[in-house]
Design a protein around this ligand. Structure first.
Ligand SMILES: O=C([O-])CC(=O)C(=O)O
Length: 205
């Protein structure tokens, strides 16, 4: 499994998306805090109520090194699911990324941690800590269904989810797609005649 995750780290999310024809991507409003963030890992799913993040602390406590904490926060943009303190603990315990259809706070501190956080943006208010929520249950995040153990991959373009059972197959297909994309680029790069030929060919179909 570890090998699969490190292999996916070398595949652009765009190629994985193309394999699924765009069906397994998270909503594009969920973006990396820094463009160079790239991760691939096992989904530790979190279902939290709007404005209460105690269950996020539980997820961090239970996470195994390499896990991606992926949170269904119902799209709430008013209460941060974590700040630099909480994200710092996740980083130190070996979590590989946090993905949420919600917001974070202390953005400067979180950027300084150089830890991949993918979210909808920032807010000033913290969440409460009353305590309901579930981990490792099926969730919906950014319009996509995610099962615990699925493979989550993120980079500058966004986040894509691969069902656990399809990991190897999708890796092979994504590699093929990457090769095709590179070849396509190589075939026309900087060559006016080759570009015209490519376009004419596409338009005559
Ligand atoms: O404690 C929280 O929920 C959010 C926070 O301020 C931090 O993580 O620094």
């Amino acid at each position: 499994m570890e090998e699969l995750f490190s292999s996916f780290q070398n595949i652009p999310t765009t190629c994985i998306s193309d394999v699924f024809e765009g069906l397994n991507n998270l909503d594009p409003s969920i973006k990396p805090l820094k463009e160079d963030y790239k991760f691939a890992g096992r989904a530790l799913t979190v279902k939290m109520p709007v404005g209460d993040n105690l269950v996020v602390l539980k997820a961090i406590r239970e996470a195994k090194p390499g896990d991606v904490i992926i949170i269904d926060a119902k799209g709430d943009q008013y209460r941060a699911i974590a700040g630099d303190f909480v994200v710092g603990m996740a980083k130190t315990l070996g979590v590989s990324a946090i993905v949420v259809d919600g917001v974070i706070r202390d953005i400067t501190g979180i950027k300084n941690l150089n830890f991949p956080v993918f979210c909808k943006g920032t807010a000033v208010a913290a969440s409460g800590k009353a305590g309901v929520g579930e981990i490792n249950v099926p969730i919906s995040c950014g319009g996509t269904a995610i099962q615990p153990g699925d493979i989550v991959v993120g980079d500058a373009d966004g986040v894509v989810v691969i069902p656990q059972s399809m990991g190897q197959e999708v890796l092979e297909k994504s590699r093929e797609k990457l090769k095709k994309d590179e070849q396509r680029e190589q075939d026309v790069s900087g060559n006016v005649e080759a570009i015209k030929k490519y376009l004419d060919n596409m338009l005559s179909k």
